[in-house]
Design a binder for this molecule. Structure first.
Ligand code: HEM
Length: 301
């Protein structure tokens, strides 16, 4: 049985740590995959932590199967008015999520040490949950997500296809412009998002602006709405904070298509939310099935 990484679907953790690594000079991608597959992942009955690991698609391709069209975030994405999402692709991604930050701190430290000489930490983020499931704009984040019954088929490459059980992750740090956002009254904030703030009801077709976040992230391909599974996490402090966008899909074109629309690079309007939040990083990672990862544990030299 092919199984996707469980951490993708483990909702509800309060504390998060995200770690992005780049290969040390002269080290092969295979050595990094083996080193990450060997990291002691938590395995207790209560407590403990959830984890997700991913690799730069071009690196994973040198080690195992992945669909041909999956690629890193190798170039910045710009809209016609110059709005740009940067490309900050690294080689590997590790996410730990737990009830308390002490687990994240210890596991993150062990992982950095275990990869020493193979890959160096290039970015680290600490995330936390805000008012149960809100992002730091104050809106409920994830309302339109697929349910946990639907999420695996939305997020994982189907059995029998190349890369089966794997998922494509888009990971971006978005810094919020808190002074500008908090200067808007709630009615205007709702027009930016496309949902009500108190209870996350979608605005009516008549009231929904063409540049709302909901309008620009609704992606149709051939008349079919394309789903993704979002696990966004707030980060930061009062004076410097935002959203770590964590989105999984079985096909990269869904994630990329949404970014293109958000930037207005499809000929449509630029997403109004991008006037209040700035992408500071952007990377795609391939998160292989646990079966594919396990082959590198037993194979390790
Ligand atoms: C600052 C960054 C972001 C914030 C604060 C944010 C916040 C939100 C909020 C509050 C909603 C409405 C509630 C919900 O359905 O979850 C939403 C919807 C959504 N967002 Fe984002 N988001 C961000 C970035 C992104 C990015 C980068 C993507 C895609 C690559 C994305 C894709 C979506 C999708 C697909 C929906 C559901 C749209 C629908 O109603 O069909 N978001 N987001």
């Amino acid at each position: 049985m092919i199984t996707g990484q469980m951490g993708i679907f483990s909702l509800g953790d309060e504390a998060h740590g995200f770690f992005e690594f780049s290969l040390c000079g002269g080290v092969k991608g295979l050595d990094l995959v083996r080193a990450i597959a060997k990291v002691r992942m938590p395995h207790t009955t209560v407590g403990g932590a959830n984890s997700v690991v991913g690799f730069r698609p071009e690196l994973w391709r040198t080690c195992a199967a992945i669909p041909d069209d999956v690629h890193g975030f190798n170039d910045p994405l710009s809209g016609p008015d110059g709005f740009t999402m940067p490309a900050t692709q690294a080689d590997a991604f590790v996410w730990y999520a737990s009830a308390h930050y002490d687990w994240i701190f210890d596991l993150g430290g062990e992982t950095v040490q275990a990869l020493s000489g193979v890959a160096k930490l290039v970015r680290e983020f600490t995330g936390w949950s805000y008012r149960h499931s809100r992002d730091l704009t104050g809106f409920d984040d994830g309302t339109e997500n697929p349910t946990l019954y639907e999420a695996p088929s939305v997020s994982l490459i189907e059995s029998g296809s190349v890369g089966e059980g794997g998922s494509i992750l888009l990971f971006q740090q978005w810094r919020h412009d808190w002074p500008a956002w908090s200067a808007l009254d709630v009615a205007h904030q709702e027009l930016v998002i496309g949902r009500t703030k108190a209870d996350s009801v979608e605005l009516s077709e008549k009231a929904m602006p063409a540049d709302s976040h909901v309008s620009r992230t609704t992606l149709d391909i051939g008349g079919v709405e394309q789903p993704i599974f979002r696990r966004n996490v707030p980060y930061g402090c009062v004076s410097n904070h935002g959203t770590l966008f964590v989105g999984f899909a079985a096909e990269q074109r869904r994630l990329h298509g949404m970014l293109v629309q958000m930037a207005g690079a499809d000929g449509g309007p630029r997403d109004a939310l991008t006037r209040f939040a700035t992408a500071l990083t952007g990377a795609y990672y391939f998160c292989p099935s646990v079966n594919a990862l396990a082959t590198f544990v037993t194979d390790s030299a």
